[in-house]
Design a protein around this ligand. Structure first.
Ligand code: ATP
Ligand code: MN
Length: 251
């Protein structure tokens, strides 16, 4: 083999080695982005998806120095999600210049929006995954869990683990989210809170909105009701929604 050709071949094999599990659902464009991202962040391996939600998948990634990241890939978009994005971005001053064009740009907007929201949460000291990087339709954040095994969702905890102390911690994070980060989650529930070492982590904030958003209060009430309903169902005595709202700086 001539030298250049061999180098190319070696590089191809190396790139394939990045993926511990072959995932045929990754499109070629995203595949190339993942390779570029691996170089940038010193990622040694991507592992199989730990979740496949409606619009995104999460993959654990391991760096050369042994750090685990969670890599969230936004990969499809539906008419419903396009409407949702418009609903959430219209009225949010940060996105007033965003003009939605192609489907791919739309997906990238979701990734960037989640990244920006994570930055706000992180800076406000809210317990959520630390944002690392966003590139095209890919968001990289700290991995919640250990050795590539994700932490359980609030939904997945055993009965003894669902206690009043945890309820207070969740409400505490919600308070910081509103009063310091000035964000309303918008889809808060037992499915979007992970629990690690008895500490709740708020995840999935792509649809979170600024307090200025016209629907902010309505979304906030629904978030609080979801949390209260979950803990009530597990026989925890919860605070009244109005009492929680009275501590939140939102009108
Ligand atoms: P779904 O529709 O399943 O909720 P989603 O598109 O809303 O998916 P997320 O909720 O952000 O995406 O993440 C999906 C799942 O991936 C979570 O339920 C959780 O199990 C896991 N996950 C998310 N973020 C992390 C993280 N930082 N570390 C470890 N696991 C994570
Ligand atoms: Mn989710």
């Amino acid at each position: 083999m001539i030298d250049g050709k061999r180098r190319k071949e070696e590089k191809r094999i190396k790139d394939e080695d990045l993926f511990k599990v072959v995932d045929s659902t990754i499109d070629s464009r995203t595949y190339l982005s993942l390779i570029q991202l691996a170089r940038k962040l010193q990622i040694k391996e991507y592992y199989g998806a730990i979740s496949s939600g409606k619009e995104a998948k999460i993959y654990p990634a391991l760096t050369k120095d042994g750090t685990w990241y969670a890599v969230k890939i936004y990969y499809v978009t539906t008419a419903a999600s396009k409407r949702a994005l418009e609903k959430y971005t219209i009225g949010d001053p940060r996105f007033k210049d965003v003009k939605i064009k192609t489907t791919f740009q739309l997906i990238e907007t979701w990734a960037r929006k989640e990244y920006k929201n994570l930055v706000r949460l992180y800076e406000a000291g809210v317990s959520s995954p630390r944002p690392i990087f966003v590139y095209r339709n890919i968001l990289v954040m700290d991995f919640i869990g250990q050795d590539g095994i994700r932490a359980p969702l609030l939904k997945e905890l055993s009965e003894e683990e669902i206690n009043e102390d945890l309820y207070r911690k969740v409400i505490g994070e919600l308070e910081k989210m509103v009063n310091i980060a000035h964000l309303v989650h918008g889809d808060l529930s037992e499915y979007n809170i992970m629990v690690w070492d008895e500490k709740p982590y708020i995840i999935d904030v792509s649809q979170s909105v600024d307090l200025q958003h016209p629907n902010a209060l309505e979304l906030l009430k629904r978030d609080i009701e979801n949390i209260n309903r979950f803990f009530e169902d597990h026989n925890i005595s919860v605070e009244l929604v109005e009492d929680i709202l009275s501590r939140l700086k939102i009108s």
